[in-house]
Design a protein around this ligand. Sequence first.
Ligand SMILES: Cc1cc2nc3c(=O)[nH]c(=O)nc-3n(C[C@H](O)[C@H](O)[C@H](O)COP(=O)(O)OP(=O)(O)OC[C@H]3O[C@@H](n4cnc5c(N)ncnc54)[C@H](O)[C@@H]3O)c2cc1C
Length: 510
Amino acid sequence: MVKKTAAVIGAGIAGIAASIRLANKGYDVQVFETNAYPGGKLSSFELKGYRFDAGPSLFTMPHLVDELFQLSGKNPQDYFDYLRLDETCRYFWDDGVKLTAHANQQAFAEEIEAKLGEPAAHVLAHLRDSAVKYDVTEKLFLHRSLHKIGTYFNRDALKGYLNMHRLDAFTTMNRANERHFQNPRVVQLFNRYATYNGSDPYQTPATMNIIPHLEYNIGAFFPKKGMVDITNSLVKLAQDSGVTFHFNTKVTHLETEAKRVRSLSFEQTQDSGHKTVIDPSYRRDDNKPTTQDYDIVVSNMDVVNTFRKLLPNAKQPERILRQPKSSSALIFYWGIKQQFPALGLHNIFFSNDYRAEFTHLFEKKTLYNDPTIYVNITSKHKLDDAPDESENWFVMVNAPNNDGQDWNDLINKTREAILKKLSHNLGVNITELIECEEILDPRLIESKTSSSQGALYGNSSNNRFAAFLRHANFSREFQNLYFVGGSVHPGGGIPLAILSAKIATDLMPY
Ligand SMILES: Cc1cc2nc3c(=O)[nH]c(=O)nc-3n(C[C@H](O)[C@H](O)[C@H](O)COP(=O)(O)OP(=O)(O)OC[C@H]3O[C@@H](n4cnc5c(N)ncnc54)[C@H](O)[C@@H]3O)c2cc1C
């Protein structure tokens, strides 16, 4: 019997997950990726003896990755291994106050009481509330299309409606957190979770207080071979399942006819020359793909660019495409020739004025001169990520999405501000310890992954209707076209991008 064929545009994590699910459904699957490597944002590179994960650094909901192996009849541990973290983050304030967020809820709550005087009971109540919110939203919003009528008429939906008031959709995250906590630093700590989907805690609905549930109730994890192993192990699984990857192959146009995508046009791209580690197996199939009629086409390209670039003559869903985008990021990858026992895998150095920082990011669309700094050091767990006596620092600040700002000027100023703040907090001149450096800014995020405005998470979630203003996982106009990834339902971040592949493939007719 001739197999049905599927084309996947983009080998981001959602495209890879979709390819595995399609192969499991019996399709002959071809993945077309413009870069020389898979993973999109979830990739890694090496620089002078240091290894860096290029994008995501926090791994939550690993069962969604495991599920793809199980679905394919494989043992996840044969491909992919990870550990659960005992502490989720270390927090620092400029006046010397430090706090460790232990994975154990009781220990975390007690640490907050000891260091900041906030009753432990308040923290525990907040985490319970987070779990309830997650329970109400999970089945309704995360596992199903919001654009199919069946989603709204079933037992899970009914349970959701009855508990809708628990979601706190009519107040902001910041207001709810000010209600829950007395100490402004505890409010700041929990407001930070808005940044996990690129939103503003002073605008995003308090529903987003579901996010701490992922870290404190389900857990934070670390892949033993680094974040990039999520990509590498799933590509291996996809290849073992019969999926063919075509790297350096950009999809340039979708030809449509009679309410279907009829064919794809391609362009061979050059290696961009940056330092991404390229596994030889990525080049397993370098045959120039031929234009052909696929039964199913799945776009993992940002939905804005799928319409604007691949389907310019199709009806554009303007209202959805024009939604404000999430924040982006400015990252300095530094090889640091010293080890810092005071630091852990995840570290946050808070701004002294969080509200001003977010006003700058989302209203003024620029960077604040005292930004909150995130330092991720994978060599704490994966020792060979840095030379002896050294550490690989991934230093990130939230940045506005790309709107044509003078990035070179912002990068110079922010680099100075970061070095000053970190040197102050750690009591040593960090500038003198930097052995090598690479920089990623919103322009580069946009050009390397085709993300509209370099947003990390597609649309922002700064209003209570945001979930309904993401594009569906299917096309209303073209019967064989589907969408996956952080720019469509249910949203950005690794877990949701993986879930988008499940939702899209569940909607396919066969
Ligand atoms: C700096 C940074 C930090 C982050 N931190 C976290 C974190 O800690 N935890 C977390 O869960 N998430 C985090 N995220 C978000 C997470 O990385 C993304 O939500 C997720 O990886 C998106 O996956 P995706 O499959 O939608 O798309 P992408 O990774 O954007 O992949 C899309 C792929 O499609 C390819 N493509 C696009 N157009 C074409 C075309 N025309 N033809 C062929 N190929 C094409 C691109 O080259 C790319 O490889 C972070 C992101 C960044 C950038």
